[in-house]
Design a protein around this ligand. Structure first.
Ligand SMILES: C[S@@+](CC[C@H](N)C(=O)[O-])C[C@H]1O[C@@H](n2cnc3c(N)ncnc32)[C@H](O)[C@@H]1O
Length: 279
């Protein structure tokens, strides 16, 4: 007789604000027997603490967490094919770890959960890793995805803006690809940018809505004409990175735009003041 399949929940938990957890996410968390957490270093410590705070707040009984170290990843490769192969290799080793977690830490018929930062559909490897494990055909499981509030939605909300202008496209890109170019006539959302790639666009008539640690007590927001605020964002980034040991920031770039509609330019925005949501 074949054994009951294991069940996996991939739960988006929002990108920092515990109040961004959806009711569906809470209900899903309550169905889980065990929570899997992967990470490494200072960023992992901070994000693991946040996950545990979320679990403490929403689960009434005891719960089981299994932590594993993220495998090493070669971050020196930034160009095309070599970048893709470094990521592929890293994902494969991550899949080895997750396969072991599912096989060893979850009994047949039990439910395990991955608490995914933001939304699982956006720059997150969990779903690709589960596909990879399924192809190996070593451990039987099914899985379900619960969407979360992404850092991009949180950024737009904190700046009280939309991602798109009327009838226009939005292009979402990692910073690494922005450096290589971008489509004409699009607003740009930039993530995973460790290199302040927005500085390449100074002089092009862009407005930037920038946010770091959005939704957390350490949140920093800056909005204004890129030419006027780029240096300030650079300084804030460097200081914050030094203070925390890691940084997560996201920004929206909009060309040929004078700032939020219907409002005069918010106080402090032109000089990049970081106070308040429109900072
Ligand atoms: C690996 S991706 C994960 C994205 C996530 N799945 C989401 O839906 O937001 C990590 C990137 O998301 C962005 N990010 C995640 N959380 C953030 C936050 N609280 N504040 C600003 N940016 C954040 C940053 O661009 C960071 O480099």
């Amino acid at each position: 007789m074949s054994e009951a399949p294991r069940h996996i929940l991939v739960i988006g938990i929002g990108a920092g604000d515990p109040d961004h957890l959806t009711l569906a996410a809470v209900k899903a968390m309550r169905r889980a027997d065990v929570f899997f957490v992967l990470g490494k270093g200072a960023e992992k410590d901070a994000l693991t603490r946040l996950r545990r705070d979320i679990l403490d707040e929403h689960l009434t009984g005891p719960y089981r967490v299994v932590e594993a170290d993220d495998p090493w990843r070669d971050r020196t490769q930034r160009d095309g094919g070599r970048y893709a192969s470094a990521v592929h290799d890293w994902r494969h080793r991550r899949a080895d770890i997750c396969e072991r977690l599912i096989a060893d830490e979850l009994a047949p018929g039990e439910t395990g959960a991955f608490l995914v930062w933001g939304d699982p559909s956006l720059y997150d490897s969990t779903l690709a890793i589960l596909d990879d494990i399924r192809e190996r055909d070593t451990v039987a499981f099914d899985h379900e995805v619960i969407p979360g509030v992404s850092s991009v939605s949180a950024l737009a909300a904190r700046h009280r803006t939309t991602l798109n202008r009327v009838g226009r496209p939005v292009h979402i890109t990692p910073g690494r690809r922005l450096a290589q170019g971008y489509p004409e006539d699009c607003d740009l959302v930039v993530m995973l940018d460790g290199h302040e790639t927005f500085t390449h666009l100074v002089g092009g008539g862009w407005w930037i809505h920038w946010g770091a640690y959005i939704g957390t007590p350490d949140e920093i927001l800056v909005s204004g004409p890129l030419d006027e605020v780029a240096d300030r964002i650079g300084r804030l980034r460097a200081e914050a990175r030094e203070r925390h040991g890691w940084i997560m920031d996201t920004y929206l770039l909009r060309q040929g735009w004078d700032g939020p509609q219907g409002a005069s330019r918010p106080a402090g925005s032109a000089d990049g003041s970081a106070d308040g949501p429109l900072g």
